[in-house]
Design a protein around this ligand. Structure first.
Ligand code: ARG
Length: 463
């Protein structure tokens, strides 16, 4: 825009328009146009309220509503020219309304400010985004529960310190992933309640001199309540920080799954395989099939964590009330939602197609002396104190390592050499199946417990 024109919507006290670089620097319509549908919803609710309290006539409201609805349709159809000289989504829409319906359009902004308007728009937008995300998280949880059911009897090594620890079932492992996401859903639901409060009516910062009815606007827009303090309503973005924090946790969970899938798909493990369509190749090594989806999800966790730090840092130095700094909240929020929806949806699509190589999983569990704790528990049941049992089993493992075999491969005479209480029935506890089946309590890895947990998880998913 030329520097001799003063600004269309706020230029009254200015003798020149913004410098070109300033205009480009301060505009936000290049990214906040995404708020258009919510901005229009909010404006219609505001105008309806203004007519209900007598600030606009019903006829004026009718024209404003029809004008805004027509603009909404044009935007949805991609038939709207956004003008960066008008700064943001709010002024683009308002200015177009005035072009379309005449001077009446200038009355829409009565009793509000862009400060409460933008806070309202983001909350409406984020509420929809949370609902979409909850749907995708639910789909992924459903997929994990299905894999858990399918693999309830499949034995794999459970790890601590990345060392084979005790055998677990693959289904049990999938339900651990699902449990993390169940808490994520819970968290999203809880913070949604704090997102879903109405700032509109706070106006610039102190409220307005018009007899507004905030409860009416809240009802129309589906907000649970109005935000009590006008200074707080326009300025805080804690609701967005909470959301991005919950989003970072979801990504952290996905990142951990990704790490495991990458390891499990490595030929050194060979526990799982993914269909070719979920993998990519190497431009130099013809044999490679890489789990890039998992790696990129792990990588994208970094950017969402970055957005969390960005928003926290954005808020920390701001005095009350609104400051333009807050314009910088949008891109982190938008990108967080885009990234999450993408990653969660991809995982929900992909998980049903993971092939589990039960033999490789079983072999790995067999190799790592994973039933050593079961042998110790066996000795305890025969009257040996646990610390002594630990020592006896440690010696047996040392022997097996030297002999290059598993505990279950040691004959009875050898085992008796370590403890005379050992009898033939020891081989029942040294088997992998015996080991997992014995952990038969709520939360344990026994296949029957996994099936019961699958049923409980499905029931929770349904309500
Ligand atoms: N684009 C601005 C934002 O995102 C809208 C609010 C601007 N308010 C103001 N008084 N300049 O925060």
């Amino acid at each position: 825009m030329s520097s001799s024109d003063s600004h269309q919507t706020w230029g009254g006290r200015f003798s020149e328009g913004p410098d070109a670089r300033v205009a480009a620097f301060t505009e936000s319509v290049s990214f906040d146009a995404r708020l258009a549908a919510h901005d229009i919803r909010g404006s219609i609710a505001h105008a309806r309220m203004l007519s209900a309290v007598g600030v606009l006539t019903p006829d004026e409201f009718g024209q404003i509503e029809a004008g805004l609805a027509a603009i909404g349709e044009r935007i949805a159809g991609g038939d709207f020219a956004w003008d960066p000289a008008l700064e943001d989504v709010h002024m683009n829409i308002e200015s177009r309304l005035t072009d379309d319906i005449g001077a009446l359009g200038k009355k829409l902004h009565t009793a509000r400010s862009r400060n409460d308007q933008v806070a309202t728009d983001i909350r409406l937008w984020l509420r929809d985004a949370i609902d979409a995300l909850l749907g995708e998280v639910r789909r992924l949880r459903g997929a994990l529960i299905d894999v858990a059911e399918r693999e309830a009897d499949t034995i794999m090594p459970g790890f601590t310190h990345m060392q084979v620890a005790q055998p677990v079932t693959f289904g049990h492992h999938m339900l651990a992933w699902q449990a993390m996401l169940a808490r994520d859903s819970e968290r999203l639901g809880e913070l949604r309640a704090r997102v879903n409060r109405l700032p509109l009516g706070a106006a610039a910062l102190a409220g307005t001199t018009f007899p507004i009815d905030r409860e009416m606007v809240a009802r129309e827009l589906g907000f649970d309540s109005v935000i009590d303090n006008s200074l707080d309503a326009v300025s805080d973005r804690d609701f967005a920080i909470e959301f991005v924090s919950a989003a970072s946790l979801i990504m952290t969970h996905l990142s951990r799954y990704s790490e495991e899938l990458v390891l499990w798909m490595s030929p050194a493990f060979g526990f799982v395989d993914l269909p070719d369509r979920y993998c990519t190749g190497s431009s130099i090594m013809p044999q490679k099939k890489n789990p890039d989806v998992a790696e990129i999800v792990r990588g994208k966790t970094a950017r969402v964590n970055g957005h969390l730090v960005a928003l926290l840092t954005l808020m920390k130095g701001q005095p009350l009330a609104y400051n333009r700094d807050n314009q910088e909240d949008k891109e982190p929020i938008f990108d967080t939602v885009d990234t999450l929806l993408n990653c969660v949806a991809l995982y929900a699509d992909m998980m049903p197609h993971v092939t589990v190589h039960a033999d490789a999983c079983r072999d790995a569990a067999r190799k790592g002396f994973s039933t050593a704790t079961d042998l110790a528990d066996y000795l305890v049941r025969k009257g040996v104190a646990f610390r002594d049992a630990h020592e006896i089993v440690g010696k047996s493992v040392q022997h097996a390592i030297a002999a290059g075999c598993d505990l279950a491969d040691l004959d009875l005479a050898t085992l008796k050499g370590f403890s005379t209480v050992i009898e033939d029935d020891v081989y029942d506890v040294l088997t992998l199946e015996g080991s997992v089946a014995a952990r038969n309590h709520i939360g344990g890895t026994a296949p029957d417990q996994v099936r019961a947990a699958v049923a409980r998880s499905r029931a929770r998913l349904a309500d």
